[in-house]
Design a protein around this ligand. Structure first.
Ligand SMILES: [Zn+2]
Length: 74
């Protein structure tokens, strides 16, 4: 096996440096100090509340499982 590559380098959980709103829903408030999901897209970073973040991660895990199944024989 060659070098390991991380596919999720653009995802991390950070704590909010100021109070702001979730990128997915402007009704979701993220308070200063709250944990949030930070997604790096190119040069910019988008922050999501944990509720949305969890949903995104669940979807991603689903998609990863499907991809993994597609190469199950490897
Ligand atoms: Zn949200």
């Amino acid at each position: 096996m060659g070098r390991q590559k991380s596919l999720i380098k653009n995802l991390k959980v950070t704590s909010a440096k100021r109070t702001h709103f979730c990128k997915a829903n402007s009704k979701h408030k993220i308070l200063k100090g709250d944990q949030r999901l930070t997604v790096k897209e190119g040069q910019s970073e988008k922050n999501y509340c944990l509720k949305c973040g969890k949903k995104f991660l669940d979807n991603a895990i689903d998609e990863l499982s499907k991809l993994r199944s597609a190469i199950e024989t490897v």
